[in-house]
Design a protein around this ligand. Structure first.
Ligand SMILES: [Zn+2]
Length: 139
């Protein structure tokens, strides 16, 4: 793509670094932002920068959090004896959206071989929420 502005070209290149965003989509997003109020675009940019600067990981479960302990771990009404081991934060979000799990999580932050987990702990598949193939066990 040939741009008449290095500023536009730079913004397109940055958007195109996002997963699933190609150059055409990046250009569409940049041109959309160009039509917005400057203040609106600055709020958008600041929200992303602030999220990245200030995000924490729960010291207990490694979920994303605004504090040292996430809201799930801090919630005394949840069953802290049932732990769902998940690969990523996306799994926590998906399970939480079902509103079917009242335990807590342990976010591994990477893929893991299921055989390793089942060898170390006594697992059971909860399968109480649709599409979840993760494991839970009692402490
Ligand atoms: Zn937590």
């Amino acid at each position: 793509m040939i741009f008449s502005s290095a500023l536009i070209e730079n913004a397109v290149s940055e958007f195109a670094r996002l997963p699933g965003v190609g150059k055409k989509t990046a250009l569409r997003l940049v041109l959309h932002l160009l039509k917005q109020d400057t203040a609106q675009v600055e709020m958008f940019a600041e929200a992303i920068a602030k999220m990245r600067r200030q995000i924490k990981f729960c010291k207990t479960c490694h979920n994303v959090s605004d504090e040292d302990t996430c809201t799930i771990c801090a919630n005394a009404s949840r069953n802290h004896k049932v732990v769902c081991v998940v690969e990523s934060i996306r799994d926590v979000i998906a399970i939480e959206n079902t509103q079917q799990f009242n335990g807590v999580y342990h976010v591994l932050g990477g893929s893991f071989p299921r055989s390793t987990v089942s060898a170390r702990i006594s697992c059971k598949s909860t399968r109480s929420w649709s599409g979840c193939s993760n494991w839970a066990w009692k402490r």
